[in-house]
Design a binder for this molecule. Structure first.
Ligand code: ZN
Length: 170
């Protein structure tokens, strides 16, 4: 459970799964082929044909292709997210449109430069009972990690700003 911040509409790239690529190159283990483990070779790798190696995947469910986003992403634990977002007057989920990014960058700099605000962000570790009766452990936060989180958020906003994109979190 946590809050993920990402650049909306960021370009993505399709990459070959590195495990599949490794398996096809080194041929060191029995592959999956056409969505099933290749059991017919009975563990004997010399029985795997060339055409089977070309279609080999690292497991039966892997399509060999992965879509990765080319923009930075930031992930926060809930307690840390609440702190960073509240300091900026933001809700736990939301969006900043491209036009509003410059204002938010200013706001972040203001918060970073006011030691009293940053100083209030020290949170001692604690344990509390969650809504469902389960124990929620908060590892706490010091001012350095608060500053780091704000800077991660800032870098992501700058990335989106220069590409005309907006930022979402939740
Ligand atoms: Zn794979």
């Amino acid at each position: 459970m946590g809050v993920q911040v990402s650049v909306k509409g960021a370009p993505t790239e399709v990459r070959v799964c590195e495990w599949c690529a490794d398996l096809r190159t080194r041929r060191h283990d029995v592959p999956a082929v056409d969505g099933a483990w290749l059991r017919s070779v009975d563990g004997d790798l010399s029985k795997v044909t060339e055409s089977q190696w070309l279609r080999a995947t690292c497991d039966p469910w892997c399509s060999s292709m992965r879509t990765v986003t080319l923009a930075p992403e930031v992930g926060w634990a809930n307690a840390n997210a609440r702190q960073v977002l509240a300091a900026l007057g933001l809700e736990m989920d939301g969006e900043i449109s491209h036009e509003d990014i410059p204002d938010m960058l200013q706001k972040i700099l203001r918060v970073l430069n006011i030691d009293q605000i940053v100083g209030r962000m020290v949170r001692a570790p604690s344990e509390e009972l969650g809504a469902l009766g389960c124990k929620v452990i908060d590892f706490g936060s010091d001012t350095d990690s608060f500053r780091t989180r704000l800077n991660d958020f800032r870098n992501l906003l700058i990335h989106a700003h220069f590409r005309g994109l907006s930022v979402t979190w939740g």
